[in-house]
Design a binder for this molecule. Structure first.
Ligand code: S3P
Length: 446
């Protein structure tokens, strides 16, 4: 259960602030942290992870892997040790797996369980219980798993894994790294070769890390330019030492904050810049944002750099929908930047935003309008007329965050660049991905 299920909402007003200056570090990448725990739990032997994100979503994954037999211990700040059980040896969990707010935990773990002789119930909070699971139920059922979901293909659901599962070739009907990863993880314990065809590339952390752990995995392009990913099942994974890079999706809030608050100059250290994740930086540069990459290097098999971000006058642009998968979680932050840019920003092709932790198109349109921005909502995007660098008015009413961490953090940033501040109804969901967000922000925004 997430904190937001057990306690009363914690509202907060985010007040306007002076320039943001200094150096910060954002927490470990959420996507990579989930995968590091899952694959370490399936290796034979002891893996060490440093820089793990200790947010509620990742802790839900840790608890689930423990419930299925892995020994997972925290040995220090962001330092974890995992004794894996081996592919094929997951144990039957004794209670329902509580996924809290985490779609990634749910969909990836459904994949793992699907090819093990295990029956598991998956439950989650009010936000997660509305999200579509049909997209993973379909391929995992084709592999032989028996899944009974709530009406509409949602949580709570029960999954009985197939043993042995059947290898499939699956063409992704939605651009989703979670669906891709669910099938690849199911493929780990499936005899033969499981193939995923990905017409539109999405984050490739699963592929990188599976290879790193020694799985036989190949990626090729077919004649239509789609990525064809093949994994050989009944794999034996070797324990690893993993250093998790900083999360570009968490850095996004501070990048936008530094761009829109006059006089700011901020260094954000150790930010993961995997090309399948770095779309926001490209779009903000197209808008005129000054974002430099210093000290480029590799951390945990992923490209990383320190970002130097300076306050910049931004201009509105038409965002190419083809870039959406590489910044899918960053649109709420981008909408805030657009609300403060000169001229019009148009986004499209964003239907997927309607099935995230909240309907991020509707919720951000309402939230930004309440803060005084001019926003029109379309079926698949938002059109925003920016202030041209003037502060947003703010102060009109309380923004509803709908148990969505990224709405809360985006509107916090809008508050910094407002005249009257922005009040959000609940800051608890921030702990799912970025427990130190407010401390870090308060330390900068004096
Ligand atoms: C994630 C994939 C994305 C993203 C989510 C994390 C992952 O979801 O929105 O926050 O770790 O694979 P979709 O696969 O549904 O696009």
């Amino acid at each position: 259960m997430s904190a937001a299920d057990q306690t009363a909402p914690i509202p907060r007003r985010f007040a306007p602030c002076g320039p943001l200056k200094g150096r910060i570090r954002v927490p470990g990448d959420k996507s990579i942290s989930h995968r590091a725990l899952m694959l370490s739990s399936l290796a034979v032997g002891t893996s060490s992870i440093s820089g793990l994100l200790e947010g509620e979503d990742v802790l839900a994954t840790a608890a689930a892997m423990r419930a299925m037999g892995a020994r997972i211990e925290r040995t220090g700040d962001g330092q974890w040790r995992v004794d894996g059980v081996g592919v094929g040896a997951l144990l039957q969990p004794q209670a329902a797996l509580d996924m809290g707010n985490s779609g990634t935990s749910t969909r990836l773990l459904m994949g793992l369980v699907a090819s093990h002789p295990v029956t598991a119930s998956f439950i989650g909070d009010a936000s997660l219980s509305k999200r579509p699971m049909g997209r993973v139920i379909e391929p995992l059922s084709l592999m032989g798993a028996d899944i009974t979901a709530s009406t509409g293909g949602t949580l709570p659901l029960m999954l009985r894994g197939a043993s042995p599962a059947v290898p499939i070739t699956y063409r992704l009907p939605v651009a989703s790294a979670q669906v891709k990863s669910a099938v690849l993880l199911a493929g780990l314990n499936t005899p033969g070769i499981t193939t995923v065809i990905e017409p539109v590339p999405t984050r490739d952390h699963s592929e990188r890390m599976l290879k790193g752990f020694g799985a036989e995995l190949s990626v090729e392009q077919d004649d239509d330019g789609a990525r064809v990913i093949r994994i050989r099942g009944e794999a034996e994974l070797q324990p690893q030492t993993i250093d998790v890079p900083g999360d570009p999706s968490s850095a996004a809030f501070f990048i936008v904050a530094a761009l829109v608050v006059p006089g700011s100059e901020l260094v954000i250290e150790n930010v993961g810049l995997n090309p399948t994740r770095a779309g926001l930086i490209e779009v903000l540069r197209q808008m005129g944002g000054s974002i430099e990459e210093a000290n480029p290097r590799e951390v945990g098999g992923e490209p990383v750099a320190d970002l130097v971000v300076r306050h910049s006058p931004l201009k509105g642009i038409e965002v190419d929908p083809a870039i959406a998968p590489s910044m899918i979680d960053e649109f709420p932050a981008l909408f805030v930047a657009a609300a403060l840019a000169r001229g019009r920003t148009v986004t499209s092709g964003l239907d997927e935003l309607r099935v995230k932790e909240s309907d991020r198109l509707a919720v951000m349109a309402t939230a930004l309008t309440l803060a005084g921005a001019r926003v029109t909502e379309q079926e698949d995007g938002l059109t925003i007329e920016g202030t041209g660098g003037e502060s947003l008015p703010g102060g009109y009413g309380t923004v509803a965050t709908h148990l969505d961490h990224r709405i809360a953090m985006s509107m916090a940033i809008a508050g910094l660049a407002s005249s009257e501040g922005v009040e959000v109804d609940d800051t608890r969901p921030i702990a799912t991905s970025f427990p130190d967000f407010e401390t870090l922000l308060d330390g900068l925004a004096q």
